[in-house]
Design a protein. Structure first.
Length: 168
């Protein structure tokens, strides 16, 4: 008799006991039966061509491992997909119309404030904030000291902040 026949005999003799064991771990009888069937398939593949001393014990270990893997997978999936009622709480990739309008207003205020700056201050601020230049590069471009470049950037930022927070 081949091992598949032994496996079938083992399955018939211990099925109910093993399904109860799996169900106790996963908490669902149907899933417990699935785990036991998967375990028998793995047992059959693992035992091909050799005899196992304790096939029921080996089978229980396979069932336990499969059940724990299933619980872990379910737990991970639960972190990513919650109840469908929570869909409203999921953040959107794009801002709301209200946020867009508010940010447009803020941008308009900042651009108006920058237009009010003396040319050298505006250039220093644009180079630093928009183009990512370092203060030494701004100083070299404008023919001024690094300290003065720093002061111009600070003055420009301060003016824009005041205009933005004053709302005018």
């Amino acid at each position: 008799m081949g091992y598949s026949e032994k496996s079938l005999s083992l399955y018939i003799a211990h099925r109910i006991e093993l399904v109860d064991y799996a169900t106790a771990i996963v908490g669902d009888r149907a899933r417990g039966e699935d785990v036991v069937q998967e375990a028998f398939l793995r047992l059959d593949a693992a035992a091909a061509g050799r005899t196992l001393d304790e096939p029921v014990g080996y089978l229980r270990r396979i069932i336990r491992n499969l059940a724990i893997d299933w619980i872990r997978r379910r737990s991970l999936e639960g972190r990513h997909v919650t109840d469908t009622r929570d869909v409203e709480g999921v953040a959107e990739d794009c801002p709301s119309q209200e946020d867009v309008l508010a940010h447009r207003d803020e941008l308009r205020i900042v651009l108006d404030a920058m237009a009010e700056l003396p040319e050298r201050t505006r250039i220093a601020l644009e180079m630093h904030r928009f183009d990512g230049f370092k203060l030494k590069d701004i100083a070299a471009h404008l023919g001024i000291s690094v300290g003065l470049a720093h002061a111009l950037v600070f003055q420009g930022l301060d003016h824009c902040r005041r205009r933005l927070f004053d709302g005018s």
